[in-house]
Ligand binder design. Structure first.
Ligand code: AMP
Length: 602
């Protein structure tokens, strides 16, 4: 591990680390003297990409000898000369790379692969340069997290993981570069294989299943193989919690077909891709005893609305592991329902651009999880954010910002936006996430994910983020559970076409609920927005009453299909919590079956 720690750029492939103890010791070392480790990481990034066009633009033509430079001088030169940027600022450079310009624009080594962000948070997909280094850091953080998990929830060696993972279709850009989601590149990489060997847990599905590109067929095969190997399954995972919930909800509809396949050692005719059919058929064998056992369990589960499905079907599973924070928090309720008393472990914090932090406390409830920053993955800067005073500022400004501080100077309780460079050619890049420092592991901060920075709902002086909306929806939907119904998914829109503008919240619900209850949910949500700008605007009617639209069952599946059709992958899908996308609004309005207007504020 020494080699990995010292080169910091993740060039170690994990082979240098013999066991969990070594990787945990390595992390303790790098998280102890973070100021030095951070400068060393910055030095490596700048040295690796010395003389590239983008850096020359800010450093001038002088060929800076980064290796010999004093560390503090290098750090202050970087932060004073290179500007803070967002993806938009770098787009012209990335576009040239996508179009086939192989000159050293952002990196010294030509970029051959581009990642596509999910596009479900920002409304459009972004190209991010991807290199082998990206897969290597994925392997490092996964192994570190697995080492911490196995201390609390030990698993049997050579067991299996039922992983609900999905590749997107990969395609070539105009310049011939391979493009696809970051998870797609990782699943196809050597590091994905190494991770299985090192953690001694093997995925149930072969590559042909993961890479199929049709998420419905892939989900079916994941479930079929997961059940076929049910005794060996030690844990159930996905990148984001949404994928597990969608998999089990499709299981509720398809379990009979799956049982038939297990009984006959066959694959349903709905699996049409020959390579995937063959790969699954090569694995499964007829097992009528198992099929009848699963059938009996499912018949019983139907009566309890599938409560505790996971421990009943996978009795040796130790935990369910996935990202359950941020916009995924909504799905943890349903996951709990499926998992009964089986522990839910919240997975790491990262993005297409870079991994950021690791969950060192796997036994914590998902709501309480924090992420210890990986100080060798990037040179992190933090922009302090302060909430605006009651009525100040224009509607489009969310927080007041202070100057960025380095990782070694962050303070507990303060909110920040993360800024980072990457080994793949982004410099002082604003990630757009708001985090709060909740403590430290040695000297590295532990971050609580708060929300995407971008404001969601704005009509005039009101300011509401994803987090504000989530809290409001949670409150409003509490009434549903009293009536044995549940909120499947939700999104929102600030409607400005008629004066006064107002918020529209779309709900898909499971179960029958009386209109008077939905009316009350609508009122409760309107009254629960605490943003002073919203409250004042509602009182003066410069924002109209909140509208709750109930959409038909299956509407949010249509939204998923719309994104997948545009190149997103299920592994990175996040339902947009607010939308102005015309097609999406058309789908939502077409399938709205009931509308309610709030009576809060008279
Ligand atoms: P993408 O690059 O499209 O896969 O999306 C990355 C974004 O997902 C991040 O910038 C975060 O907003 C969100 N995200 C990733 N990991 C987590 C996590 N553990 N908790 C909450 N949000 C996360």
């Amino acid at each position: 591990m020494e080699a990995e720690a010292s080169n910091g750029n993740g060039n170690g492939n994990g082979n240098g680390c013999s066991n969990d103890h070594d990787i945990i010791r390595w992390f303790d070392t790098i998280s102890t003297n973070v100021a030095m480790v951070q400068r060393e990481t910055l030095r490596q990034i700048l040295e690796l990409n010395r003389g590239v066009e983008y850096l020359k633009k800010w450093f001038g033509d002088k060929d800076l000898d980064i290796r010999e430079m004093d560390a503090c001088e290098m750090e202050s030169l970087y932060t004073s000369l290179v500007p803070l940027v967002s993806h938009e600022d770098l787009e012209p450079f990335i576009q040239r790379i996508a179009d086939g310009d192989t000159s050293p624009i952002l990196t010294q080594h030509p970029i051959t692969t581009l990642s596509l962000s999910s596009g479900t948070t920002e409304g459009r997909q972004k190209f991010i340069p991807f290199t082998r280094h990206s897969s290597k850091t994925t392997l490092q953080i996964f192994r570190l997290a697995a080492a911490y998990r196995s201390r609390v929830y030990p698993t049997r060696s050579k067991g299996r993981i039922l992983e609900f993972i999905y590749s997107s279709k990969r395609f070539k850009t105009r310049g011939g570069l391979m493009a696809g989601t970051a998870t797609t590149h990782y699943f196809a990489s050597e590091e994905f294989r190494i991770k299985q060997e090192k953690t001694k847990l093997f995925t149930c599905s072969p590559h042909e299943v993961i890479s199929n590109g049709d998420y419905k067929q892939t989900t079916y095969c994941h479930l079929l193989l997961g059940l076929f190997f049910h005794k060996e399954v030690e844990c159930i995972t996905s990148t984001f919690a949404y994928s597990i919930v969608q998999a089990f909800s499709s299981f509720e509809e398809q379990w009979e077909d799956i049982c038939k396949d297990i009984k006959e050692g066959n694959v349903s005719s709905k699996i049409t891709w020959p390579k995937m059919r063959k790969a699954v058929l090569d694995i499964i064998e007829p097992n009528p005893i198992l099929a009848s056992r699963i059938e009996a369990i499912c018949e019983g589960l139907q009566g309890s609305d599938w409560f505790g499905l996971v421990p009943k079907l996978w009795p040796n599973a130790k935990y369910v592991y996935s990202i359950m924070t941020g916009s995924m928090q909504h799905y943890s309720k349903k996951l709990r329902h499926y998992c009964g008393s089986l522990p839910l472990v919240s997975a790491e914090y990262g993005s297409t651009e870079s991994w950021i932090g690791v969950n060192l406390d796997p036994s914590l409830e998902p709501e309480k999880v924090t992420f210890a920053v990986m100080p060798t993955f990037s040179y992190f800067e933090f922009i302090p954010l302060y909430r605006q005073d009651q009525y100040s500022g224009s509607g489009s400004v969310d927080f007041i910002e202070d100057d960025p501080v380095p990782l070694s100077q962050v303070k507990v309780g303060q909110e920040y936006e993360i800024v980072l460079p990457t080994f793949t050619g982004l410099y002082r890049y604003r990630l757009g996430d708001v985090v709060e420092v909740s403590g430290f592991h040695n000297e590295t901060p532990k971050l609580k994910f708060i929300c995407r920075r971008k404001l969601l709902l704005v009509v005039n002086i009101d300011k509401n983020t994803e987090k504000d909306l989530q809290l409001v929806v949670e409150k409003g939907s509490q009434l549903l559970s009293k009536h044995r119904a549940e909120l499947v998914d939700f999104t929102s829109h600030a409607k400005l076409t008629h004066q006064p503008g107002h918020y529209v919240i779309y709900w898909e619900i499971k179960g029958k609920v009386e209109e008077r209850v939905l009316c009350e949910c609508c009122r409760e949500m309107d009254a629960s927005f605490v943003d002073p700008g919203y409250v004042v605007s509602r009182r003066t009617n410069s924002i109209g009453p909140l509208e709750l639209c109930i959409v038909e069952r299956g509407t949010f599946k249509k939204i998923l299909d719309y994104f997948i059709g545009n190149g997103a992958a299920l592994s990175q899908f996040k339902t947009p919590r607010c939308t102005n996308d015309r097609t999406l609004l058309k789908i939502l309005d077409l399938y709205t079956v009931k509308r309610f207007r709030s009576t809060a504020y008279g």
